[in-house]
Design a protein around this ligand. Structure first.
Ligand SMILES: Cc1cc2nc3c(=O)[nH]c(=O)nc-3n(C[C@H](O)[C@H](O)[C@H](O)COP(=O)(O)OP(=O)(O)OC[C@H]3O[C@@H](n4cnc5c(N)ncnc54)[C@H](O)[C@@H]3O)c2cc1C
Length: 392
């Protein structure tokens, strides 16, 4: 793969809207990605392996629990810093960002928000340091966009619960030490349970042959009469709203992360368009290529402003789920379109692993599907503005 020459576009001086702390956090993440991710990511993706050697570095740049208070091992940062870290990591690779998102927003967040003090103390510091890796089990083979229909369930068996069922498409599952699993009680209410690797009847087979997020491990979670201690149930919230709150936090990170992937594609295509000559001049001098590049920087700038505003709303505790949903949908769609156009600007070179664009493009096909598909997010906005439910 070519050396990482990335230069971040900032067409509207959005840096002026950031604090010194935001810029410091971003620059630490950016430098780390250039140093530790860019040189190895293409090979990891080609081999379809999650590069475990970067776990320590992810922890050091604050990617595990950026907004979790420091007393639990988190970085204690605000939402914009969290977003910027996700942006920088996804500039390197969406699969690596997925690992960080799951650890922070889908594992640490529910334990912090809905867990007991004992659970927080037991798990959060280890998750923040990367000593423990976690995964989040919501999706099932027959329940993706409609997780409320889940059939995974647990029964009271005296001093423990018995958990049965299966989850599918679970990021980090093949190597996770713990899983936050959403399952129905005998009364049909959804609860979160912390399931630990090694519990009898619990297995995590890997999903192979993905063309997308190849540097992120994906798998199943299978529960065959797993005995889960009662103290592993998250006590402070139940119902579908609990996992949906986790998704809000992860979707917010994705809205920022997608900007990173888009910026990398744009920056690569811009540099290539200025260097590559055909018909005696740089291809960037042709109007058709300029149109693509001009539209890219316009869309990136709009997405940056949307994410920045949403970050402020989150900092003030005012962002609605529907607002987060809109940013996730818009920014991922924007990044996917930019990746496709950028790939065309590189011609044949665009399909090779010499450049990051094709990897970003394939990764984004998962990002546009997970954490609520593009269609589902359209329905969320539709419901929000009309008050009419078009889901069923
Ligand atoms: C690489 C990867 C990693 C993932 N990681 C995780 C994870 O860590 N944890 C986890 O729990 N899940 C994870 N997922 C699962 C992901 O969230 C689901 O794939 C997603 O929610 C969609 O579910 P589905 O694939 O079953 O598609 P379906 O729900 O079957 O949808 C298929 C199509 O139908 C459309 N559709 C569905 N309902 C409607 C409707 N009401 N109206 C109109 N159209 C509709 C969808 O938009 C989609 O186009 C991951 C997925 C992938 C691909």
């Amino acid at each position: 793969m070519k050396p990482d020459l990335f230069e971040s576009p900032d067409y509207y001086n959005i840096d002026d809207l950031l604090t010194d702390e935001h810029k410091l956090v971003r620059s630490a993440a950016r430098d780390w990605v250039k140093r530790e991710v860019s040189p190895i990511i293409e090979e990891a993706a080609q081999k379809a392996e999650f590069p475990k050697q970067i776990i320590g570095g992810l922890a050091e740049i604050g990617a595990f629990g950026p907004y979790i208070p420091e007393e639990y091992g988190g970085a204690g940062l605000d939402q914009i810093s969290y977003g910027l870290i996700m942006q920088e990591i996804e500039r390197g690779d969406s699969g690596v960002r997925s690992t960080a998102s799951v650890q922070s927003s889908l594992v640490m967040y529910p334990i912090y928000k809905f867990g007991s003090e004992e659970q927080r103390k037991k798990y959060l510091p280890k998750l923040a340091s990367g000593e423990f890796m976690g995964c989040f089990g919501l999706t099932e083979p027959d329940h993706g966009s409609n997780p409320g229909g889940m059939v995974t369930n647990f029964k009271d068996a005296g001093d423990h619960y018995i958990l049965n069922g299966a989850k599918m498409w679970i990021s980090n599952s093949p190597f996770a030490d713990i899983a936050v699993v959403w399952a129905k009680s005998e009364e049909g209410r959804i609860h979160g349970l912390i399931v630990e690797r090694g519990m009898e009847g619990f297995s995590t087979p890997e999903t192979h042959n993905k063309w997308s997020l190849r540097a992120s491990a994906t798998g199943e979670l299978i529960f065959d009469n797993v005995k889960v201690p009662k103290e592993n149930l998250l006590p402070n919230k139940s119902g579908l709203g609990a996992p949906l709150m986790c998704l809000d936090s992860a979707r917010f990170g994705i809205a920022w992360g997608a900007i990173g992937a888009a910026m990398d594609c744009y920056d690569t295509a811009l540099r290539y368009a200025k260097e590559r000559k055909q018909f005696g001049k740089p291809i960037g001098a042709f109007q058709l290529q300029q149109k693509k590049l001009a539209e890219m920087i316009t869309e990136i700038t709009k997405a940056q402003l949307l994410a920045w505003r949403l970050g402020n709303l989150r900092n003030e505790g005012k962002a609605t789920s529907a607002q987060i949903s809109m940013a996730k949908r818009n920014n991922v769609d924007m990044a996917l379109k930019i990746a496709r156009d950028a790939r065309q600007i590189l011609g044949g070179m665009g399909i090779t692993g010499e450049y990051s664009i094709m990897r970003h493009m394939m990764n984004l096909e998962s990002v546009v599907t997970y954490e609520g598909t593009h269609d589902i997010h359209l329905l969320i906005t539709g419901l929000d503005i009309t008050g009419l439910n078009a889901f069923k």
